[in-house]
Design a protein around this ligand. Sequence first.
Ligand SMILES: Cc1cc2nc3c(=O)[nH]c(=O)nc-3n(C[C@H](O)[C@H](O)[C@H](O)COP(=O)(O)OP(=O)(O)OC[C@H]3O[C@@H](n4cnc5c(N)ncnc54)[C@H](O)[C@@H]3O)c2cc1C
Length: 325
Amino acid sequence: MKNVFVLAEHRREKLRDTTWDAIAAGRDLAGKLGAELTVLLLGSNVDPLAEQLAKECPKVLAVDDPKLEQFNSEAFIKVLVALLKDRGPYVLLMGSSNSIIDLAPGLSAFLDAAYAPDCVAFEVEDGRIMVLRQIYSYKVNALVSFQNAENVVATLRSGSFSFTPSGAVAGAIEKAPSPIATESLRKRFLKYVEAEKGDVDIASADIIVSIGRGIGDEPDMEMFQGLADAMGGVLACSRPIVDKGLLPKYQQVGTSGVEVKPKVYVALGISGAFQHLGGIKGNPLLIAVNKDAKAPIFRVAQYGIVGNLLDVVPALQEKIKELKG
Ligand SMILES: Cc1cc2nc3c(=O)[nH]c(=O)nc-3n(C[C@H](O)[C@H](O)[C@H](O)COP(=O)(O)OP(=O)(O)OC[C@H]3O[C@@H](n4cnc5c(N)ncnc54)[C@H](O)[C@@H]3O)c2cc1C
């Protein structure tokens, strides 16, 4: 039977959303395998985080070392290799973040494990694990199995697994010694560089109207800003809009932009690339307007309007005006 491990990610004493994505996937896979789920927690003074995780998972294995205070792929690889050495066969799951991209491929090589990035689902057949990966911008589903691989490292596509906190688990916390306590590291954390903060804060907005390449080459920006204002929200965008210089980077939603957690997200002329959707957290009410009925955004939208946004946006504004009297 394979063990299922999940790596907890945290920053500045707070667990990151990627941790909950990974725990959701870990619960799913451990259930299918009839295996035990263990969360691996690496850091410095991690007791409060370990206690938080133990409310959701049956087992937390923590390594506490001042050298692990900040994420450092070199240190993390050393610790994870030592931790997992005698715990195979296993599947190690990690969320999706820049730190994980830095860590996962090298780690899988050091562990001599199979590596499956960007997974969206798991299947188990006769005890054999298969992972579903959506490739070529959602156009192809690839079901991947692992030949002759004892151990597997898999990363998850953001937003593919939804986490429901139970808070009801009384998990066990085990501490393991750190193998790097006396070693020196070549990589060093220097400082956090904060992203530019603009006058529009999309990260904490409840209502977001987001525009994509579909707005065309000579867009009427006032019209989109008008819709955002009428809805009491803020204007955000996909990356091509920033690339064209139409809105600043701090209004870009996505994996290389800002993570947002609104209650309502209106996507205008946005296809739904995973790099964009990866920035939308918390399952908002997603309303999409797109002229292509097969656009991937419709797979995740609760409401969809197939049509030209240049017709739909004025009609929406008219309706809002009417409703507001
Ligand atoms: C490393 C990396 C990081 C990235 N990070 C991000 C990121 O953080 N955020 C991000 O957004 N992207 C990011 N991208 C880019 C991402 O892959 C997509 O290219 C991008 O999200 C596409 O933006 P879009 O949906 O606006 O444009 P497109 O994919 O071109 O989609 C435009 C959509 O508009 C529709 N449309 C066209 N005309 C109309 C009309 N008149 N009315 C209605 N609909 C219409 C089309 O049918 C189409 O679906 C990243 C890419 C990479 C490689």
